[in-house]
Design a protein around this ligand. Structure first.
Ligand code: C2E
Ligand code: CA
Ligand code: CA
Length: 740
């Protein structure tokens, strides 16, 4: 993975963690407030329930006290001694610690006969009470125990004669009223409105209650605000909620009990909430962690995957599928980089194998590929490490070679060619392998490598044209001038077409038997504005290269149709004219319609135009072109196979291609004076005859050739022997002579 990718993925992962963390905090805050309000509600509910329990308990004690008081005056009279005895007898049945009677003086008599003065610290108002009553916290002077005291008046005839009282230890009372909550974490106190404790708690974390406000302030000064708030609320008889700290934070809910000025205070450690929250948060964290892991994994996988597919694409773009070496595109890039980095003398080589197409045809494509692979392997063996090399189109190879002296460079090229020929796989033994290498010496290192390759290729193709048995050629000034000239010519083509500078010449064709004109071939000429005539050999290869040729063909076709029309209009019945078609034209799906349109435009019968296609073009895409030939046949055109014998089509192929005329190439005719040549001409004409294909011999220049062809029953002769290609006016005159 690249540094950049790593940084990017880390950034994405960190960003995501940050985002998750922020949402987690948000969620935690939301959860906390949610749980807190839930807690408050629960506390409130528990407090209210506890208050009800306490109220019920106290009121049941009140009822009991009133019942006992009533029992002591059953006969509407009251006897202290009897009553004390009765109480003593029954005291075990009561939930009280002690029970006794006060005779409305300072003395209290208990059921066991003990007499004490009225308990100190108590509320003196109890004697005035008309109904059952309960005291605040008091101390039992006999054992210093904490108690609360219940009382109820004993009445005879509606007059209070004595008071029944009973003590209850706060421990007992607490047991009766204590409510636990939150799994034993919550506990409660009963306090008075001024904070004084009435019932404390046995809970392990509670403080020993004296005055809840003082206790809280003692526990922590931080509680002062909460204490003040609670004090105020209690003074006003309200219920409410505070948070205070006693070692840990605690929640406290206070509710008035409607007994004296008592309040119930229910307390829960804040931890209860935080623990629940922790619990939920822990699960959330786990989910988040899982999410982060899955997401990070996903990102890493995505990076890994995109890196892999990038590598695969690069491999496809940068590797040549046949040799496994660099692709041409990669070579272009690497070579241009390498040239910028190195300052040693450098050359670009362009190499191909003569007749490689033949290897493909004879041995098949797979074997052709083996040969290409071998060439590539040879380059890797012979060329030094710093050099670069790659295959381009078909059997074309390129190399960037660094050298010290030109001699060393040529030796290297020679060695490479030798290696390719000598170390070729056995199956190519019978085949004459001959590499050709064009060499371009790099001058400007920053110039386009593609142009250097073109220059090297140009030098290479000059070897073939020279016809010499040369292995390599350097790109020279002559090549450069020729290239410049071609470029200028190619640039001029479009303008020339607009200016109608392309015209057909007509080369008449003669019947071999009676030497009469039976047809003509239209051959393109470029007549420049200055009157010079450019031959198609010069500009057609350029037009083929820049794709202009199809337009030139159409233009020719149009003009030939016009001239045929002209002849018809002037009363001559012209023989058919054959027009050349380039392979590029055949790739234009609309050309048949266009040609038919032109024929109609001039109202020409279809037998006045015939069409020529070269053997090599046909061979290039046999399936497609045979299909096109059939279509043209259907429209009524006769088809000539041009340049027969220069391509690689086997004679057998003729059977499967529906052509009407075979044009025997000049190279055959030129062999008229050798025995083999003569045999071949005879063989080909015989075969054509047997397939009912008529034969036109091209490039017939002399009497001997003509005679030979007559002997072999060749149908038509075209060549300088009868006539060179001529302008229309001249051709027209020839026809007129024939007609007269
Ligand atoms: P091609 O179709 O094989 O045309 C025959 C060529 O042989 C013509 O060359 C013609 O002038 C030449 N020729 C005819 N008889 C003799 C002879 O006795 N001796 C010699 N030495 N040459 C003879 P040209 O006109 O220079 O045309 C060259 C090639 O250019 C043509 O070869 C054809 O392939 C191409 N061409 C010409 N006109 C057109 C066209 O309109 N469209 C296309 N696509 N190609 C064309
Ligand atoms: Ca031709
Ligand atoms: Ca020809």
């Amino acid at each position: 993975m690249k540094r950049q990718d790593i940084i990017r993925s880390i950034a994405i992962i960190l960003g995501m963690i940050l985002l998750l963390a922020v949402s987690m905090f948000g969620y935690a805050y939301f959860l906390k407030t949610q749980l807190e309000s839930e807690m408050k509600q629960t506390l409130e509910e528990i407090s209210e329930q506890s208050a009800k329990i306490i109220q019920a308990e106290v009121s049941s004690h009140f009822t009991l006290m009133e019942e006992i008081a009533a029992q002591l005056t059953e006969n509407n009279s009251f006897d202290v001694d009897k009553s004390i005895a009765l109480l003593n007898e029954r005291k075990e049945n009561y939930p009280f610690k002690k029970i006794g009677i006060n005779m409305l003086n300072d003395e209290c008599i208990f059921s066991d006969g003990e007499r004490i003065l009225i308990m100190s610290g108590g509320d003196e108002a109890w004697r005035e009470k008309t109904g059952a009553w309960v005291s605040n916290l008091m101390t039992d002077t006999t054992d210093n125990g904490k108690v609360i005291v219940y009382s109820a008046p004993i009445r005879v005839d509606g007059e209070t004669v004595a008071i029944l009282f009973a003590t209850m230890s706060t421990d007992n009372f607490r047991e009766l009223v204590e409510v636990h909550s939150f799994n034993g974490e919550g506990y409660s106190y009963v306090v008075r409105a001024n904070g004084d404790g009435v019932v404390d708690s046995a809970h392990s974390t509670s403080f020993s209650l004296t005055n809840i406000f003082t206790n809280m302030l003692e526990a922590s000064q931080k509680n002062s605000k909460a204490v003040a708030a609670m004090k105020k609320a209690l003074a006003e008889g309200e219920e409410g909620f505070i948070v205070f700290n006693n070692k840990i934070d605690k929640y406290l809910y206070y509710t008035p009990l409607e007994i004296n000025d008592w309040y119930l205070a229910h307390i829960v450690p804040a931890r209860v909430i935080s623990e629940r929250m922790m619990n939920i948060m822990q699960k959330t964290y786990m989910v988040c962690a899982a999410l982060i892991i899955i997401f990070s994994g996903g990102i890493l996988y995505w990076f890994w995957y995109s890196k892999k597919s990038k590598e695969e694409i690069n491999k496809m773009l940068y590797t040549d599928p046949v040799t496994g070496g660099l692709s041409q595109a990669k070579f272009l890039y690497d070579a241009s980089e390498s040239l910028k980095e190195n300052d040693r003398p450098a050359a670009i080589l362009s190499m191909d194998l003569n007749n490689f197409k033949l290897v493909n045809e004879i041995f098949g494509r797979d074997t052709g590929d083996v040969l290409l692979w071998h060439v590539h392997a040879s380059m890797s063996k012979v060329l030094a490490k710093k050099n670069l090399y790659a295959r381009g189109m078909a059997d074309r190879f390129y190399a960037l070679v660094y050298y010290n002296t030109v001699q060393q460079l040529t030796e290297c090229v020679q060695l490479l060619c030798e290696y390719i020929v000598k170390k070729a796989p056995e199956r190519f033994e019978t085949f004459i392998l001959k590499p050709s290498v064009g060499i371009y010496i790099v001058k400007d290192r920053n110039a386009s490598v593609q142009e250097m390759m073109n220059a090297a290729s140009f030098a290479r193709s000059s070897i073939k044209k020279s016809g010499r048995d040369q292995l390599y050629a350097f790109y020279t000034d002559e090549h450069r001038n020729k290239l410049l000239h071609d470029k200028r010519l190619a640039d001029d083509l479009e303008m020339a077409l607009k200016n109608d500078e392309f015209i057909p010449y007509f080369q008449p064709q003669y019947r071999a038997d009676d030497k009469t004109i039976c047809g003509a071939e239209a051959l393109m000429r470029w007549r420049k504005s200055d009157g010079t005539l450019v031959s198609p050999g010069e500009f057609i290869p350029l037009a083929e290269k820049n794709g202009f040729i199809a337009q030139l063909d159409e233009n020719m076709f149009h003009m030939v149709c016009r001239y045929q029309r002209q002849l018809l209009d002037s009363g001559i019945t012209p023989p058919p004219v054959s027009v050349n078609m380039s392979r590029q034209l055949l790739y234009d799906n609309q050309f048949i319609e266009k040609y038919m349109g032109t024929m109609q435009q001039f109202g020409l019968p279809v037998d006045l135009i015939e069409l020529e296609i070269t053997e090599t073009a046909l061979f290039e895409n046999q399936d497609k072109f045979v299909h096109i030939i059939q279509k043209l046949h259907d429209k009524g055109f006769k088809i000539h196979m041009d340049d027969f014998g220069t391509g690689y089509s086997s004679l057998m192929m003729l059977k499967s291609i529906p052509i009407d005329v075979m044009k025997l190439d000049k190279t055959f005719i030129d062999e008229y004076d050798s025995e083999d040549g003569v045999n071949i001409i005879k063989c080909v004409t015989d075969l054509a005859k047997s397939l009912k294909i008529s034969v036109i011999a091209e490039g017939v220049e002399i009497e001997e050739q003509y005679k030979l062809l007559c002997d072999f029953k060749c149908d038509v002769i075209q060549g300088y022997y009868f006539s060179k290609p001529v302008p229309f006016e001249e051709y027209k005159k020839m026809l007129e002579v024939t007609a007269s």
